[in-house]
Design a protein around this ligand. Structure first.
Ligand SMILES: *Cc1c(COP(=O)(O)O)cnc(C)c1O
Length: 335
């Protein structure tokens, strides 16, 4: 029986082309800014996202953390959707690194509740904590990897505070909506994208930002232990990911749609997002999620949970149609 690993789009192996590029990569000491492959990757991502510069970092979490250090001051708050990654899935890192707290607002389909955001901003004049930045996530993971509408991005940018965009899956959003990554990132001061999620690279994320912030970002990366040396072997895989793995994300989205249909068929009304444009995930409630996961695992289908009673299935480049068929058959009989 085939193993169908739908836990995350991080479980992929590097493609043969990535492994060849890694073996052949030209390298130098990036601690001295002398790794030509890292430089190429950073320049490339900065151009794609329409920013002046970019920084290669080991993980998306570190990119988010550096961004919050740059945009905030200790003892202030960041407006964020209550279900987003930087709030729930980074082990409280923002409280340790940037020394900030979150002003949480509702985020249906990843869209910030603007009224609540404005209230949080105004509240500093009424004995509340000062808000120094806003963060949004595109695609919105907890909503089944839903792309944000352009209006929601522009509205968050127009609130008038520095905006960070967690674009771990920004290229999924670009492929799904037809807007360029540059357009999706336009209102944000800092943007991070992951090479190691749907794009299939083994390691790495990139934080794009204004040139005037590059030195401060280098300092924060160093403090967090994220300054690497001959990192060109990793950046080389990232460049192949950008060259070869973006357009094919549409296949992941189509396969997730097949899974979404299967979940909807088995548990009606659970898996459809209201906008109907979710990308490479199916997120749904199940009262006995742990039992469901064990039942599926016994049939070689691996799924995960992102909150109590919230199941997640994720498609990626190492999942093919035969594996989807297998998962669909399992879901049809699932308890
Ligand atoms: C995975 C993810 C991150 C963090 O990336 P890591 O490389 O796992 O640290 C940040 N934001 C979102 C939305 C993610 O899905």
């Amino acid at each position: 029986m085939v193993r169908v690993d739908l836990r995350s789009d991080t479980v992929t192996s590097p493609t043969p082309a990535m492994r060849r590029a890694m073996a052949d990569a030209e390298v130098g000491d990036d601690g001295y800014g002398e790794d030509p492959t890292v430089r190429r990757l950073e320049k490339r991502v900065a151009e794609m996202l329409g920013k002046e510069t970019a920084l290669f970092v080991p993980s998306g979490t570190m990119a988010n953390q550096i961004a919050l250090c740059l945009l905030t001051r200790p003892g202030t708050a960041v407006i964020a959707g209550r279900r987003c990654h930087v709030v729930n899935h980074e082990r409280g890192a923002s409280a340790r690194n940037a020394l900030v707290q979150f002003a949480l607002v509702d985020d249906p389909c990843g869209v910030l509740d603007l009224r609540a955001a404005r209230e949080a901003m105004a509240a500093a004049a009424h004995h509340h904590v000062e808000v120094t930045a806003i963060t949004i996530e595109n695609t919105a993971m907890a909503s089944g990897a839903t792309p944000l509408p352009l209006e929601a991005i522009d509205a968050a940018a127009s609130l008038g505070l520095p905006l960070h965009l967690d674009g771990a899956r920004l290229f999924n959003a670009a492929v799904a909506t037809g807007s360029s990554a540059e357009r999706l990132a336009r209102g944000a001061e800092t943007v991070m994208c992951c090479l190691s999620k749907g794009l299939g690279a083994p390691v790495g994320s990139v934080l794009a930002l204004p040139g005037a912030r590059r030195d401060a970002a280098l300092d924060e990366r160093k403090r967090m232990g994220g300054a690497m040396r001959q990192a060109g072997v990793l950046a080389a895989a990232g460049l192949v990911a950008l060259d070869t793995m973006i357009d094919r994300l549409a296949d992941d989205h189509a396969r997730a749609e097949v899974l979404r249909d299967a979940v909807e068929h088995r548990w009606p009304g659970r898996a459809r997002d209201p906008g109907g444009n979710a990308t490479n995930m199916v997120v749904f409630r199940h009262d006995a999620a742990d039992e469901l996961l064990a039942w599926l695992a016994a049939r070689e289908v691996l799924a995960g949970t992102i909150a109590p009673g919230v199941v997640r299935l994720v498609t990626h480049c190492d999942i093919d149609d035969a594996q989807i068929d297998h998962a669909v058959r399992a879901l049809a009989e699932a308890p």
